[in-house]
Design a protein around this ligand. Sequence first.
Ligand code: SF4
Length: 285
Amino acid sequence: MQQKFSGMPRRLYSASPSRLLAWLDCPRRYRMQYLDRPRPQARSPRAHTSVGVATHNVLRDFWDLAPVERTPSSVESLVRQSWIDVGFRDPEQSASWRARTTGRVTEYLRGVDRGRQPLGVERTVSLHTATMAVTGRLDRLDDRDGELVVVDYKTGRARPTDDDARTSLPMALYAVAAAGMFRRPCTRVELHHLPTGEVLAHEHTPATLQRKVAEAESIAADLRRADTDYADKGVESPMFAPAVSPICAWCEFRAHCPEGQVIGPEKSDWAGLEPDVPAGPGRRE
Ligand code: SF4
């Protein structure tokens, strides 16, 4: 075990925003995802995750094209190249969603200034405070006349609200990180919902951003304690109780969690695409 000397600075707790949120969602799932080794086998991705990841990849690669090549036919070929054929009910459902994704991305990009290169696309940003180091990858960072704007794509069926933009911890942390890295103001965060084309925005103030950083520091402090307890006691640690909720029907570690299996039935691979089923969890939706 590493010895500590008095006066020695404490190491920063390093985490991604996803790690912080995973702890809030369910400590047992957090443990399986980030601490247990060997890591329990997670179930294969569901179709809505495949759609979300492919869409994000297209919206990343689109900006690598020369401006004259940023056309609907290029989008169609990017979707074809990026398509992840996993989790669909059958080949017909996969083909239908590929066509639908092409349409949505094309429509979305029609409303975007395609000649203005974003300042960052899938850009890694970091934020260091006195106690933690947060590193994550934002979807897009725009420079709008000197002001930086954090953009997050949403592909899930559920329409986000302005409140989702206001309360998003990752986007607030990315805004603070981007402002520090580029030495420019960054207070606006936007959710771009591909299925509806809507933009849900929030304008932070220095005080609201500071509150978000404090919230992240508080979660990081809990995680530092939990990780230390795990290092000491392993799976016997009492800090990783299962948080049983409707999310269990979607959980990728459900097969390893008897407590969560009381919530049922488990959602099918393609349930997240169906109109009458509430969308499941997933950071890449
Ligand atoms: S099934 Fe539910 S309680 Fe179990 S790990 Fe997953 S989210 Fe947590």
